[in-house]
Design a protein around this ligand. Structure first.
Ligand code: HPA
Ligand SMILES: [Zn+2]
Length: 380
């Protein structure tokens, strides 16, 4: 399925897991350079280092952990697990990051997952994300994962969840970031496969806050997953769904009325339907918008044409997120900076977006209020 290359049996797990050894969070053997923006901000030799403002505190609500797999880590894990990648070098891989649409991205996204085999791999992946997220001002992260993309390759769901949970368990202490996990169903797989995955995850429900719906949207309406979302709600899980990214406004209606979701992921095409906008505004349904993703996947031609300002003007509860930052050219604060520059957003609008991210989160009231006070106190 999904073009994922069959991987040979994994090599024995590397034992330099930071939570076991107390060494720095990203294991030395797998350490990756920070992305360009991070390096400029944090380099001691950078003239701007002393004056660089603190990024706004924010929650990231639309982030696929598998989409944080940077080329450096992909090659390190490939070597560790004896997986052959169809790219000779990191640069060659990076040159493949030119996408015509969602499906062309998904083909690479699923293929590269072949390097993720062991609990350590998932823990290392999450640690690498959290280290970057901290530098981007992230205080809270609600993180998607795609279990079917791993179980289909013979990786047990427990390996995925235990590996991610190990990293997330130390996230508050190590990075000052609170976290939640959102288990997504692949909408281009069958409803039965989603149900099987849901039942396989039951022993781990104490680790999971919500279920979601992702992968190729068009032709796979939310209503296909009515049953599994009803079971999720019965089990006390929150519900979110990607809708209105490439798919029509009708899919957003279905996510709301058939699945009963608490948030819509993307939702940019909602603007094509006035009645839908009125509904989303009236119910203050959060939309987790991903500006750089929208441009890279050609949902929007140019960042300068992004409907984010129109969405805010309409009274929608919009948040800004990174989606698959390793593939789309930036982490969440890079998205904030990019929309500021391309759309001329002022400081108060950026502050509204940061506030919205906490308002739209699944945090308890007291923690949410504490984070909102941090936004108000930020001088940057
Ligand atoms: O942007 C996305 N859309 C749908 N599915 C996804 N899976 C990872 N990223 C995405
Ligand atoms: Zn997404």
């Amino acid at each position: 399925m999904k073009g994922a290359a069959a991987a040979p049996a994994p090599a024995p797990a590397n034992l330099d897991d930071p939570s076991r050894t107390g060494t720095p969070p990203v294991p030395r053997a797998l350490s990756v350079p920070q992305n360009r923006c991070d390096r400029v901000a944090s380099s001691p030799s950078s003239p701007s280092a002393a004056t660089a403002p603190e990024p706004l505190p924010k929650a990231e609500l639309h982030l696929h952990i598998e989409g944080t797999l940077e080329p450096e880590l992909a090659f390190a894990l490939a070597a560790r697990n004896g997986v052959e990648l169809p790219y000779a070098t990191e640069d060659e891989l990076r040159r493949a990051y030119s996408f015509a649409d969602l499906q062309s991205f998904l083909n690479l996204y699923y293929a590269l997952m072949a390097v993720l085999r062991t609990e350590d791999d998932f823990a290392d992946l999450a640690h690498a994300y959290l280290a970057r997220a901290k530098q981007q001002g992230v205080r809270h992260a609600e993180i998607f994962f795609d279990p079917q993309a791993h179980t289909a390759r013979g990786v047990p769901i427990g390996t995925v969840i235990d590996g991610l949970a190990r990293a997330l368990d130390s996230a508050e202490e190590t990075y000052g970031i609170s976290t939640r996990l959102i288990m997504c169903f692949l909408r281009d797989e069958s409803a039965e496969s989603a149900l099987t995955t849901f039942e396989a995850a039951r022993p781990y429900f104490d680790r999971i806050t919500a279920v979601g719906l992702d992968s190729a949207e068009v032709g796979h309406p939310p209503s296909k997953f009515k049953e599994v979302f009803a079971l999720a709600r019965e089990a006390g899980l929150k519900c979110v769904a990607h809708a209105g990214e490439e798919g029509p406004p009708a899919y957003v209606w279905e996510a709301l009325d058939v699945l009963g979701v608490d948030r819509i992921d993307h939702g940019v095409r909602s603007l094509e339907d006035e009645r839908l906008v009125a509904r989303l505004v009236a119910d203050q349904v959060p939309l987790t918008v991903c500006p750089l993703s929208n441009v890279r996947l050609r949902v929007i031609d140019d960042l300068a044409d992004h409907p984010l300002p129109a969405m805010l003007d309409a009274g929608l509860l919009v948040t800004v997120n990174s989606d698959d930052p390793a593939y789309f050219g930036g982490y969440v604060d890079d998205n904030f900076t990019a929309v500021r520059d391309a759309l001329g957003l002022d400081r108060e609008t950026l502050r509204t977006l940061a506030r919205n991210s906490f308002r739209a989160s699944f945090l308890d009231e007291a923690t949410r209020e504490r984070y909102l006070r941090e936004v108000d106190a930020n001088q940057g």
